[in-house]
Structure formats: C-alpha cells, structure tokens
Design a protein around this ligand. Structure first.
Ligand SMILES: [Zn+2]
Length: 447
C-alpha cells in the first residue's frame, strides 16, 4: 500500500475496493492493514475539538448505544444479545478471549437467503466477540450480526434461518452450551458457568422407604412455570416443589414406587436468568399458545427460601449426604432486577425486545452501595430502536401483562386462560418473558 501508486480517482477507488474485499475475507490481512497502515495514518489526522454536526443516520443513537438490525425474525436473538452486552463482567471477559484459531471462512449456497454470496468466519466464539465489540465500539447506529447468525447453526447444522421466529431462552441454552465447549482450552473457560450457571440439587425421595437420591444439575437459565400462577414466588415454589413421578424403580428398596422429585439451589450465579414458561404446547389444539394472564415479579428477589438447606428443612428431605452439597453454598441470596425481555404478540407470531437497566455494573460495589432498580436509568432496546424507558411509570404495564378482564373479553380466552388467535388480531399482548437478576455480592470468576 504505497501512497505514490494509484494517482487517479478511478484507480484509487478500485484499489480501495480490492483492499476492502481482501480485508473483509481475512482477519490476518485486516490486522496487518490496521496495525501497519491505518494506525499510522490515523495518528496523522488532526482531530477537531468537537464535532459541530453529527448525522443522525450515520452515528450512534443519542443514547450512545448501538442497536441490532433485525434480519427477518431475529429479534429473539437481538434482545438477548443486548442483555448480555449490558453485563460488563461478562462482555469484557468474553472479548478478551484468544482461542488462537484462524478464521474458518464459510459460505452457504442459498439463493434469496441473507447469506447469499457472502463469506463469514464460521466460529461462534469469534462472532460473539465480534458482536460485543461492535456494540461497544461501532460508530454506526446499529450493527448487523449476520456473521453470528451464520455461525449459530441449528440442530441440522444449517446457519440460522433468519426469517424463522425462535425463542430467546433456547438461543441462550444452545449458544452457551457451544461457547462453553469452545472456551474449554482457554483461561476464560469458566466465564459462562461462573456468571450464569445456577447449580441445583435434584432430590428424588422414595415414597416407600424414604430413601433420597440427590444429583447436581447446572442450568444457564432457570425455566419456571407460570400457568395458573400469579407471581414469581408462586412459580419458584412450584418449581422447587417439583412433581411426583410414578412407577419409578427405587435403587434402595428395589420396588416400583412413586418418587417425589424436588429441586433446590446449591450455588447461586452472579446473573440469574429466569425464563417464564408463557409459551406452552396445548395438546388439545396441538399448537403452541401463549399464557397472557397478569404475572408479577419483584424488583428485589431473595432466593434464600429455595436454597438446599431451606428446601431440605421445608420438605423434611433426609439425605445424610446433603451437607456435601450444601457446604459450598455461598451466603448471598439478594438479587435486583436489571433486565427484562418482553414478548409481544402471540406464540407463533411475536416480537421480542429488551428493557435494560443501563446503570448496572457502574457502581463501586466494594463500598457496599447498591442502588435501587427503580432509581436507576432504564433503556429500551428494540432492534435498531433505542430509547429511554421510564421504569417508574411504565414497568408494570410493559412487564406484568394486563389483567384478563381489562385486556380481552371472555370470548377471547378459553378455560385455561390461553390467549386465542382472536385476541391476537386485537394486537399487542405484551409481558415479560425472560428476567435478568443481578446478585448483590458477586463471586469471582475463576481464571
Ligand atoms: Zn425405596
């Protein structure tokens, strides 16, 4: 790249085009161009003290956040990516990972698809890092995360079908599972588990001999029932109370018996994500349907009642090994709400967007100060649209959902409280779908 070549306007334009093409296809060339050419040039540019004009269409939003382009029906992904981006302890650690892998350029021959005629680095970790970096540093008002969609393969190994509506909570489970595998050889291998994993103990108690079998399970995102329940406390009680499984063969008395399967928490994550089971399969209609009833959850959440010691006490679970699991339990159970993913519409044709506390993570936690959720700044991230969210005024209406009596007439609901297609045409049942809670006392991420 010698400046004395390409002297005409046309040749310069062509050379620039060649350069951008090479750069867009190779990380190595991009790094070389950046470090050996651009950095020197940038340092020669005289910077004005302040810009007199900022074009609204070409710069970041007034709120200094970067939106995400919706590639058809990718709002389920966008809303979750913005939530992840707004967790400082996670995004910076993720961006700092070096896996030592070269780009694995991939393409897919699909006419009319968003991927047509394009090449992408087929590495989910790189693409997550890339997206976080653009959200952090990009100068445009929004970023196109098409590379991430490409690297995020479905169960059949095909790139994400961007026109197919999917589920925010499944996106987390699938992508975190794969990212954890990719992070294994790196020093940052614990960032996902230490930030998000709720470690639970499943207690299976035999109704015949009272023998308890306990197993530990990890979840990135807690999925709780909401049907016929009024609030998160009821959901967590139902979740830990569990269910009775019939015809189970007990290891101890070797009989076919009823088993009570209960859950408790052994270790609480820094970031607790809770998926509300509002979209459920209705076996009568053989279709997914949305539970649109009002459902409340607190801005402050105390999880102590659901921990292993409390649950064992509550249900009289008599397992001599419980202390083994309980000894690692840390003593912090206080959470505050820092994000909500809203689902708007019906089960098969909905839209997701995010409400996020944009002050979280900025306090100095060392001094013990913990601001109240209601007093912090909240922002709505709706694909490319970003705007202030007035938490005090609009929180309940956006998040809890309407009472069935004021939202729809009785003719729109069936006996189970399901929202029918008739109600859908009326517009916009919206309410919380995923909740993001932040723990008061973070534990360190192992490195
Ligand atoms: Zn038994």
């Amino acid at each position: 790249m010698h400046t004395n070549k390409c002297k005409t306007k046309e040749s310069r334009a062509k050379a620039f085009r060649i350069l951008t093409l090479i750069c867009s296809n190779s990380q190595k060339v991009r790094e070389k161009v950046y470090s050996e050419c651009l950095l020197n040039m940038v340092s020669m540019i005289e910077r004005p003290e302040s810009f007199a004009h900022v074009s609204e269409t070409e710069s970041r939003s007034l709120y200094s956040y970067c939106g995400l382009k919706n590639l058809g029906a990718t709002c389920y992904m966008n809303s979750m990516l913005q939530q992840l981006y707004m967790i400082p302890s996670f995004k910076y650690l993720l961006m700092s990972v070096t896996d030592g892998k070269d780009e694995e350029l991939g393409t897919v021959e699909l006419e009319n698809s968003v991927y047509h005629n394009k090449m992408f680095d087929d590495n989910l970790l790189h693409q997550f890092q890339n997206t976080m970096a653009f959200l952090e540093l990009g100068e445009r008002p929004h970023h196109n995360a098409i590379g991430l969609c490409f690297a995020m393969k479905d169960y059949s190994g095909s790139p994400t079908n961007c026109s197919l509506q999917q589920d925010s909570h499944e996106f987390v489970n699938l992508s975190f599972d794969r990212l954890e595998n990719m992070l294994k050889p790196t020093v940052q291998r614990h960032i996902i588990s230490d930030t998000f994993s709720a470690k639970q103990c499943i207690h299976m108690t035999c109704s015949n001999c009272n023998h308890v079998k306990s197993v530990i399970e990890d979840y990135y995102i807690l999925s709780v029932p909401v049907k016929n329940l009024n609030n998160l406390e009821d959901s967590l009680n139902a979740y830990t109370d569990g269910e009775v499984i019939s015809d189970f063969r007990c290891d101890n008395c070797e009989q076919k018996v009823d088993i009570s399967r209960r859950s408790s928490f052994v270790d609480m994550p820094n970031i607790l994500m809770v998926h509300l089971q509002k979209i459920v399969f209705n076996f009568d209609t053989m279709m997914n349907e949305k539970i649109a009833d009002r459902f409340e959850f607190p801005t402050y959440l105390d999880m102590e009642n659901y921990t292993i010691n409390k649950i064992a006490e509550k249900y009289g679970i008599n397992d001599p090994d419980l202390y083994k699991y309980a000894e690692n339990e840390n003593k912090s159970f206080d959470y505050r709400l820092v994000g909500v993913i809203i689902h708007q519409g019906v089960a098969e044709a909905g839209h997701y967007y995010s409400l996020i506390c944009t002050d979280s993570g900025l306090e100095n936690k060392e001094d013990g100060f913990w601001n109240t959720t209601e007093n912090m700044k909240w922002t709505e991230f709706n694909d490319t649209n970003i705007k202030d969210f007035n938490f005090r005024v609009n929180f309940e209406d956006e998040c809890y959902g309407k009472n069935s009596s004021d939202a729809y007439g009785p003719s729109f609901r069936d006996a189970d409280g399901f929202e029918s297609w008739g109600a859908a045409t009326g517009g916009s049942s919206k309410s919380a779908y995923v909740l993001i809670y932040e723990k008061r006392q973070y534990k360190d991420v192992r490195m």
